[in-house]
Design a protein around this ligand. Structure first.
Ligand code: NAD
Length: 362
């Protein structure tokens, strides 16, 4: 199979982790008989320095004409004082907008061999494996009108929580489809006891569930969801929710896995390429030192195979290789316990690629 992947390394550790992922994709190519073309583009701080903008038009064009986009991370102290559109993050927001990604998928997986690294007790996090699906383009973060105004009693502020039924249906349908590919349990998170938007959300979820009789639908209020994620996170399969609830719950859930270096994400559009990136930032404190953990980017690459390239076997092979390497005791510095020996970024990359070859050739 011939595919074109846009690679946007960005800043800090972004180039280090994406470089390892490119080698990983080349290994997958060799093992499964594919051919991948890589198209490199600039984004974030490096694009500000070299092109005068965090998102050059050339990057937008190569991203939107590719089958999928693999991104490292953007930002760093050098650009912290930039104003408005001259900040690295503006490049990322602009890219998400230009790709029209409307859904963010974050798997929350606790590897058995790392259960001790969680802030929760190992027996609570054992077997945790769920996905949070967050609506990305609507709700309180984008609704109009918004702003400040003078009221009868002084200053007033206003934000608007607006959703169309079409937007709600799109994300919920993706929730059902995602659950169907997993353990067929969908938990819809809302605040239907208070919010009108949540009441429509719940109605649409109920209506769609008739199309997915094989998926078990349940509803949980967002405050209860926040409690359940720390009380019994192993109960979930797929959680689907609106933009702001998802923003908060996905960061809460991320922390129970124990390391930011292990968290992948995918942002999906209705038709165009998906955007795949680790959840972590550019980690300027360790950039250029060979200390970065590439596993979040590897797991994002696995998601790319599953969701954009429709190659689930390749996705599973990568995930299995990561699990095998962690079980073998290999640790980058962020995962190691005091006194444990550590792997560099390249050594971890090599270990996963070797495990991938062994797993596929068996
Ligand atoms: P960060 O995620 O970059 O780093 C937080 C801590 O986690 C640091 O100690 C870092 O060394 C460690 N860490 C992160 N990723 C790691 C990895 N793969 N391996 C080992 N250790 C890792 O968050 P921050 O320090 O708040 O932000 C640094 C910069 O990144 C800022 O400019 C911020 O705006 C930007 N940022 C970008 C994104 C993105 O590109 N999506 C996301 C978050 C932050």
């Amino acid at each position: 199979m011939e595919k074109r992947i846009a690679v946007l390394p960005g800043d800090g550790i972004g180039p280090e982790v994406t470089q390892e992922a490119v080698h990983l994709i080349q290994t997958v190519d060799g093992l499964f008989g594919h051919h991948t073309e890589f198209a490199y583009g600039k984004i974030g701080g490096i694009a500000i320095d070299e092109e005068g903008t965090p998102l050059p038009q050339a990057t937008v064009e190569l991203a939107s004409s590719s089958d999928a986009v693999l991104l490292g991370a953007v930002g760093g102290p050098k650009w912290d004082k930039g104003q408005g559109n001259m900040r690295p993050e503006a490049g990322l927001l602009g890219l998400r907008k230009s790709l029209a990604v409307y859904a963010n998928l974050r798997p929350i997986t606790v590897f058995d061999s790392l259960a001790h690294a969680s802030t929760l007790k190992p027996e609570v996090v054992k077997g945790v494996d769920f996905v949070i699906l967050r609506e990305l383009t609507g709700g309180l973060y984008f609704g109009q009108p918004r702003g400040r105004r003078e009221g009868d009693q002084g200053l007033e502020v206003l934000d608007t929580l607006l959703y169309s039924e079409v937007e709600i249906e799109a994300i919920l349908r993706l929730g059902f489809e995602t659950a169907r590919k997993r353990n067929k349990r969908l938990t819809s998170v809302d605040k239907a006891n208070v919010l009108e938007s949540s009441r429509l959300w719940r109605e649409v979820a109920e209506r769609l569930s008739a199309d997915y009789p094989d998926v078990e639908l349940s509803h949980v209020l967002v405050d209860n969801a926040a409690m359940q994620i720390v009380k019994n996170p192993a109960q979930f399969d797929v959680l689907v929710t609106e933009n702001m609830f998802g923003d908060i719950l996905s960061d809460e859930a991320a922390m129970i896995t124990g390391s930011i270096g292990l968290l992948p994400s995918a942002s999906l559009s209705q038709q165009g390429p998906g955007l795949y990136e680790p959840v972590h930032g550019s980690a300027p404190d360790i950039a250029g030192k060979g200390l970065a953990n590439p596993l979040a980017t590897f797991l994002s690459t696995a998601m790319m195979y599953r969701y954009s390239l429709n190659l689930p076997d390749e996705a599973k092979a990568i995930e299995l290789a990561v699990t095998t390497v962690l079980q073998s005791g290999a640790r980058t510095a962020d995962l190691a316990l005091p006194g444990e020996s550590t792997y560099s970024t390249r050594q971890m990359g090599d270990a996963v690629r070797d495990a991938l070859k062994r797993g596929v050739q068996q």
